[in-house]
Design a protein around this ligand. Structure first.
Ligand SMILES: [Zn+2]
Length: 191
């Protein structure tokens, strides 16, 4: 099957202009958060009932204490959706032998979230996603942070003196950064 002419022309145009598609934003990409799954604390394997109600991209999920199988929805009639298997790692919290969990992405990174993109699940880095906070440039970000600190100083009348001084110093930095008068490594001058 050949490529539709619209797609072909679009790709050629993009190659010529050097434009690449913007990286998707993690916060807007559907994901599975391990903290929202019930990781078994025994040695049985469980099948999550009605998983597609919560994750329409999936048809089934089998989960044990150390591994999870996700079966994706079928993309083609008569062909089963692909299955992805991820390890689950225990993270000790130091509180009476209690632990939290993380997925182990196929890249080896322990992560709390796996993102759905291009019909597969993978960590944020493997999916090449950026955080929403990374989308604005340094100057905008500094301005946002400055207004946040200014609000905080306005609202808290009884801040400890040292905290206030520290925040005021940082507010000064942020304002200067927002005005583009300060480089990125400004912090080392102030601390
Ligand atoms: Zn990964």
């Amino acid at each position: 099957m050949s490529m539709p002419w619209q797609l072909k022309r679009g790709l050629e145009e993009r190659r010529r202009s050097g434009r690449t598609t913007p990286r998707p934003i993690a916060e807007k990409t559907p994901s599975v958060d391990i903290n929202r799954l019930k990781v078994p604390r025994d040695f049985k394997t469980y099948i999550a009932p009605n998983i597609s109600f919560r994750y329409p991209q999936l048809v089934s999920m089998r989960i044990a204490w150390n591994v999870v199988h996700f079966q994706h929805r079928s993309l083609h009639r008569g062909v089963e959706g692909p299955i992805q298997i991820f390890g689950i790692k225990q993270i000790r919290t130091g509180l009476g032998g209690y632990f939290r969990h993380s997925f182990v992405c196929t890249c080896g990174r322990p992560v709390l979230k796996l993102y759905f993109l291009n019909a597969r699940l993978a960590c944020r880095r493997c999916q090449n996603l950026i955080h929403a906070s990374q989308t604005c440039n340094k100057r905008t970000r500094a301005a946002l942070q400055a207004s946040r600190i200014a609000n905080f100083l306005d609202n808290k009348s009884r801040l400890l003196r040292r905290t206030r001084e520290r925040l005021q110093k940082r507010l000064g930095e942020k304002l200067m950064m927002a005005q583009g008068q300060l480089g990125t490594d400004a912090r080392s001058f102030w601390d």
